[in-house]
Design a protein around this ligand. Sequence first.
Ligand code: URA
Length: 209
Amino acid sequence: MSKIYVFDHPLIQHKVTLIRKKSTGTKEFRALVDEVAGLMAFEITRDLPLEEIEIETPVAKAKANVISGKKLGIVPILRAGLGMVDGFLKLVPAAKVGHVGLYRDPETLKPVEYYVKLPTDVTERDFIVIDPMLATGGSAVEAINSLKNRGAKHIKFMCLIAAPEGVKVLQDAHPDVDIYIAALDEKLNDHGYIIPGLGDAGDRLFGTK
Ligand code: URA
């Protein structure tokens, strides 16, 4: 079974509270999501392997650690996932960025992929799938299916806010994918919104509502 990590760092918690507030406007919302994505990138990359190299400082030769060539890819789920890309890349600028686009089939209500573009070396990369909200879990499961179908082997999932229902769906479908969350909320409402949540993440990021 996959592991769930809820980031309880005070800076993350503080900023998520501001993100949630109805009175937070688009500009501030976007900036805060960007900052939290960076803080989460810091935590989620904690297990990156290091290797020792020889360097020369101005005063002496030394052995020092660098990240040992792990290839990372981040994959935002369109469209709200885009809001977390730049914040992540500020900390990990060499990461490649794939994209997965999904729409909801009006009859089955299931997410269907309409766009997938991944780095060519899929099988060699560790991927982090990004979506601010893990609500029903349908999109996360389908996005990860899209990556696995193309050969991805090591995948993590990162979101700002998750509902317990979505966490369970994702864990059941992909028990090998660890889940990284800034806040685990109470439940979903009848319309699939997370309670208390933050409303529609895409609309709030892009000012479309
Ligand atoms: N997507 C959102 O943007 N918000 C929710 O609460 C649930 C899904």
